[in-house]
Structure formats: structure tokens, C-alpha cells
Write a protein that binds this ligand. Sequence first.
Ligand code: NJP
Length: 270
Amino acid sequence: MKVHGANIILTGASRGIGEAAALELSRRGANLLLAARSRDLLEEVAAEARKEGVEVHSMVVDVADDAQVRAMVKRAEKHFGRVDVLINNAGLGLASPVSELDPDDLAYVFKVNVIAPLVAIRAVLPSMLDRGSGHIVNVGSVASHIASPNLGGYSATKFALKAMSDSLRMEVRDQGVAVTLICPGAIKTDFVVNSRGEPEGRLPLKPVGAPVDQVGRAIANAIARRQAEVFVPAYYQALVGANAAAPQVMRLAGKELMKFGTDLAERFMG
Ligand code: NJP
């Protein structure tokens, strides 16, 4: 789908990957409804995006509340007349060994990372199917493919989002609606400090990883190219392939590999 002139709902737009996507999409001429809970941050992103001369609305939405998610879709339809693209980006991490995983924390992270995208998809999909065009973008993770120590709960939510994306893609394939799963690896945002559980001592608190604008560009490209799945940076695809071919390596040395990866990221990408 052409990004220029597309009407897009983007959740989690107040900072991090969502902010980068908002700026990239506005540069490419998309109209945006930006959603998140932090009103001031959201308004700053919206003001920046408006400088590109596109139509930008911001809306305070807590995606953990189904009614607010449905109201977000209604508002976008009212402003734009139709929604071409839904980007489910809002999400959070959960850092805990499974032996200490709090079921309430896991339920909350499932609500934000999996149920909220589902509620939004069900709200936009009927009119996309009626028109025979539309695009759903879900922001998953490399953790949609590989589970690792201390991230079992988080991975469970992102595996679920991948499964839902894969099924939906097959279901709507012949009806003009595309489905993308974006799979970021470590990206330099405040994602870890915003995680539930106890990230301290388990994950690097200082933002490390690839620059966030890489993900913004990847999201815009995925819409333009109707890509099914995109890894950011692209080399994570090789890691996922290697893990699928030889899962015993992660089983035997997962802890050590995670520590090695974290040390590398802190040293070279911090
Ligand atoms: O994280 P962060 P990222 N209702 O914490 C919003 C995935 N990912 O940008 O409400 C509404 O800087 C929050 O807004 P606010 C990750 O799983 C990342 O890195 O104002 N919005 C903010 O805009 C997630 O799906 C990495 O607090 C809610 C945004 O979500 C996506 O990338 C690696 C909300 C979070 O911004 C963006 O994460 C990976 C709610 N209840 C996957 N809760 C990475 N950074 O390394 C949160 O594999 N938000």
C-alpha cells in the first residue's frame, strides 16, 4: 500500500519505536492518529509530525481498556473516513524467571501485548474487508521466535502475537488485507526500564541496541512492500534461523549466550 496519503492508527506513539514510526510515516506523507497514555509526550510527537504537512491527531488511550481501544478506532474513522493501516505497537516487557513470574503481571502484559491488538484488529477489520484493502502491523519481537532466560513471560506474549498474526494473514490473504509482524531485537529505547517484573540485574537498564529510527523505517517499508515479517536489524533473522536449525544450543547454553549478547550490546551499541 502507498504510505503517502494512507490513514494510519499508531499505538504506543509517545516515545521509543512508536515515536520513530510516527516521524517516519509523517515524512512519507501518511495521516496519523497517535495513541498512548502520556498526553504531553504524545502532543510533542504529534506537533513534530504535523510539520510535515500531514493530518495528525493524538488521543490519550490506555490500551489495557478495551472500550478505549474501540473508541480510538471510532475516532480515527470519524477523522479520516476510513482507516488504511493499524499499527499495534504499544507494549511492554516482563523481566522475571518463570519460577518467580507473578501471574497478575503476566495477565497484564498479555492484556497490553496480545488482547489490545486483538480488540483493535476486530474493530478495524470489518471495514477493511468490506473495501478489500487494509494493512495490520503488529510489533512482535525476536522474542516471538526465541525464548530466553528471564523473558519467558514476555516471550509467551510475543509468541502469541506472532501466532495470531500468522493465522490472520492466512485468513484474510485473499481479501486484500495484509498482515505484518515486525520483529525487533535489542533497540535503544527505555523498553527495559518500563518492563514489569525485576529487570535490574537481569537485563541492561541503560538503553542498548540498534537506533530506533531503523524500526521506524522498517515499519514504513513493510507497509509499502506488504511484507509478512521483518527483523530489525535484519541479522536477527539469521539468529532465528540458526536457533530453529539447532535449538539444543540455546537449551544448553541459553544463560551464557544471553549474557554474552547483553555484554556485546552494552559494549558496542550502548
Ligand atoms: O518501548 P517504550 P519500545 N496503553 O517503553 C506505550 C517492542 N519491542 O518503544 O502509554 C497505551 O519506549 C507507551 O506509551 P505510554 C515492544 O514489545 C521493543 O521499545 O505513554 N500505550 C509507549 O509509547 C513494544 O511492543 C524492543 O506510556 C501503552 C510505548 O507503548 C514495542 O516494541 C525489542 C501502554 C512503549 O514505549 C515498542 O516498545 C523488542 C498502555 N497500557 C520488541 N503501555 C526494544 N526496544 O528493544 C505501554 O523485541 N504503552
